[in-house]
Design a protein around this ligand. Structure first.
Ligand SMILES: NC(=O)C1=CN([C@@H]2O[C@H](COP(=O)(O)OP(=O)(O)OC[C@H]3O[C@@H](n4cnc5c(N)ncnc54)[C@H](O)[C@@H]3O)[C@@H](O)[C@H]2O)C=CC1
Ligand SMILES: Nc1nc(O)c(N)c(N[C@@H]2O[C@H](COP(=O)(O)O)[C@@H](O)[C@H]2O)n1
Length: 678
């Protein structure tokens, strides 16, 4: 494995020479513009194999590097002590070497995904090489104050940890004496913490660990996940002097690294403030590896008791017998850790992996994959802050949104079976009091969405082939109806239609839909009954003289008589009497079914996004013509009144419905609700 053998620059695992040391790297995923570069940083004493399940998945939407830190896995030993400063410099050299010497396309900014102590290394890297870090995903990460939380919250608990630690170091029964090597792991057979050699089942869906003591007892033959066909491999062999093989990744240096980070943060407290972070936590009741220490070591009660001061013995032994009593302690410490991590940045997201312990990458790798994309997504969002109004957005990888959209709307990814209409997605944003727009007389667009949900809207525009709105929306908002994600614009422009339902051709000639620099075609749907009217004819002529045929098409469709209203007029007569005049008023709207048919058959539109306003949305509901809904709910009240989403149904007797398979996701301050319309 000595020489770098990078035959496929897109995906390779190799040992490369960096600063006279051999470093094992595993680079996967295709590197293309706009895709993130993600670094997977393992927890204490863990090598790159910890990311096996995560890396293959994350690689589908980004460029991913995992590597063995010095002294771990297949990398050679580094100088001691293994301070986080040193780890950060070595990582930086590694990145420079793979990019500059080995011509690997792995450009910054990096999203660092740090598990456990890997989160501390990621933060120190950010302090020392800030310009290279785009964001951090903390996977059940250690925090710099975690040890203080233990000490301050629970007097006796640290005594147990101390005692266990000392017992671990001195217990002669152990085959591989030394400090805890796998602080997050425990033997699945004897439940002791993993110390020394570690055997790992290669066949199990989730890793199945055995310690060196249990392996010879054939405990693995009872492996629950694989009763047969299991295949254990010695993952880490400790020969002779343990310090030299694991190169100092011990709890002592770990504690020193927490202090180092505290110092760096004190000097520069805002290093992560504006960068996006994702805080992903396992379930405290499942991840209490300290608890496992205690559990495993309760068998060796005697050894532990040797290291507990007499005054604490009773209490400690009580706790050893009643592990559940520790839950409240762990819960409190967990809350403090989460708070500390969230406080690192103003742009944080938080996710809870309920079915995971501390090693989320083993228990629920799929959650990390989701959070990775989230971190990436918000990372780029922060770069484009404030640019949304300038039609100048950088491309953002739509994968996260696409996945989200696809996940909840399976039909969007299948061929939509209807031959008479496109797949219709209704999207709109509303306040908490249900308004989608200001009062019409205000003649001003109501900005509801947060910029992140707005970007979502633009992504969804980009995933469709046409946007449809009603004439009042054009008159009131003067929208552009374009896609402001720069690099997606090409695709968008070539294939996109802006569709306006404008019965009487009221769209102004200088409307923004015509003015923005794109080559989308505008389709104005008008009422065919109008065609004989002179006034209408002259308007059509004006449009035809102003716009080329490839920019605009006026499509005439039949109207649908919705209702006949009778209004009453009082005529003032000069003779002081009054006469009552009855007027029949027809309310005619364009026939939506016909419009959808034309869009599908004449213009080959398979996917249509309907953005509003109220009348349009209401009619789509009324005639059950939409397939799914994407509704942004913003945490604001308008109060003063405005346009409600279904105002124009005027209390008609129509059955309500519930979205099928609804999904909810936070984008910035907003909640986006997505679901199918049955
Ligand atoms: N918050 C959001 O996401 C959005 C809000 N809006 C807001 O909605 C308001 C405009 O809504 P509305 O006044 O209800 O007007 P609208 O934009 O829905 O247009 C309705 C008009 O379209 C024409 N039309 C032709 N055929 C039709 C049909 N089959 N069904 C319905 N209308 C048809 C009619 O002239 C009708 O009066 C504005 O305040 C705008 O800002 C608009 C879009 C999205
Ligand atoms: N998603 C969303 N959030 C809001 O707060 C809104 N006001 C709207 N309005 C819709 O978006 C159109 C504006 O489009 P451009 O940005 O000018 O392209 C507007 O006409 C509504 O349809 N949407």
């Amino acid at each position: 494995m000595g020489n770098p053998n990078i035959t496929n620059p897109d995906s390779f695992s190799s040992i490369i020479e960096v600063d006279n040391r051999k470093v094992f790297v595993n680079v996967t995923g295709v590197s293309t513009c706009g895709k993130p570069s993600i670094i997977l940083e393992s927890g204490l004493g863990m090598d790159s194999s910890a990311w096996k399940d995560v890396q293959s998945e994350v690689s589908k939407f980004g460029r991913v590097l995992s590597y063995d830190r010095a002294g771990l896995g297949s990398s050679s030993i580094g100088s001691k002590p293994r301070t986080a400063d040193k780890v950060a410099s070595e990582l930086n050299l590694l990145l420079e070497a793979i990019v500059n010497e080995h011509n690997v396309n792995f450009p910054p900014p990096y999203i660092i995904c740090g598990h456990s102590a890997g989160g501390i290394f990621a933060q120190v890297f950010n302090h020392n090489f800030s310009e290279k870090v785009g964001g951090i995903l903390f996977v059940d990460s250690s925090t710099k104050s975690q040890e203080n939380f233990c000490k301050s919250e629970h007097g006796v608990y640290p005594k147990i940890i101390d005692a266990v630690d000392k017992a671990l170091q001195h217990d002669l029964e152990l085959k591989n004496p030394g400090k805890v090597v796998w602080p997050a792991l425990y033997c699945e057979s004897c439940t002791s913490p993993l110390v020394g050699d570690r055997y790992l089942c290669q066949m199990c869906v989730h890793y199945y660990n055995l310690c060196a003591e249990c392996y010879p007892t054939k405990a693995h033959e009872e492996c629950k996940q694989h009763k047969s066909d299991h295949e254990f491999e010695l993952l880490t062999k400790f020969e002779g002097d343990m310090e030299s093989t694991r190169d100092g990744e011990d709890l002592e240096t770990f504690a020193a690294n927490l202090k180092l980070l505290t110092k760096l943060d004190d000097a520069n407290p805002d290093m992560l403030k504006t960068k996006p972070i994702s805080v992903l936590r396992g379930n405290p009741s499942k991840k209490n590896f300290f608890k496992y220490f205690v559990k495993g070591w309760s068998k060796k009660r005697e050894a532990i008791n040797n290291y507990i001061d007499a005054e604490f013995k009773d209490e400690v032994n009580y706790l050893l017998d009643n592990f559940d009593n520790l839950d409240a302690f762990f819960f409190n410490a967990e809350q403090l850790c989460i708070k500390e991590l969230k406080n690192l940045s103003e742009d944080w997201t938080y996710a809870y992996a309920e079915n995971s312990g501390h090693c989320i990458m083993f228990d629920e790798p799929e959650i990390i994959v989701e959070e990775d994309t989230e971190a990436f997504f918000s990372c780029l969002n922060s770069e484009i802050d404030g640019m949304i109004q300038e039609y100048n957005l950088e491309e953002i990888d739509s994968q996260y949104i696409v996945n989200f959209y696809k996940k909840i709307i399976p039909i969007i990814n299948c061929s939509y079976s209807s031959t008479v209409k496109p797949l219709v997605t209704l999207t709109y944003a509303q306040t908490l009091d249900g308004y989608i727009g200001n009062k019409p007389e205000k003649k001003e667009q109501l900005l509801i969405s947060h910029k992140k949900s707005m970007i979502l809207t633009h992504q969804i525009r980009n995933m469709n082939q046409a946007i449809l709105v009603g004439i009042n929306t054009v008159l009131n908002d003067n929208p552009s109806l374009n896609c402001r994600i720069k690099k997606s614009q090409q695709h968008f422009q070539e294939k996109f239609y802006k569709v306006i339902l404008d019965s009487n051709l009221k769209t102004p000639l200088d409307a923004k839909i015509f003015q923005v620099e794109d080559s989308c075609k505008v389709l104005l749907f008008c009422l065919e009954d109008n065609v004989t009217e002179v006034n209408f004819e002259s308007k059509v002529l004006k449009f035809k003289n102003t716009f080329a045929a490839e920019k605009l098409e006026i499509v005439l469709v039949p109207g649908l008589l919705l209702e006949e209203t009778e209004s009453v007029k009082f005529d003032n007569l000069s003779n002081n009497s009054s006469r009552i005049k009855h007027i029949q008023k027809k309310k005619v709207l364009l026939d939506l079914k016909k419009i959808l048919e034309v869009l599908k058959i004449k213009f080959n539109i398979e996917k249509l996004m309907v953005e509003g306003g109220s009348a349009i949305i209401s009619q789509f509901f009324k005639y059950n013509l939409a397939d799914c809904c994407i509704v942004t709910v913003s945490p604001q009240y308008l109060l003063g009144g405005g346009v409600h989403v279904t105002d124009s149904l005027n209390g008609e007797d129509i059955n309500g419905f519930k979205l099928k398979d609804p999904q909810f996701r936070q984008f910035g301050d907003d909640i986006v609700v997505v679901g199918l319309i049955q």
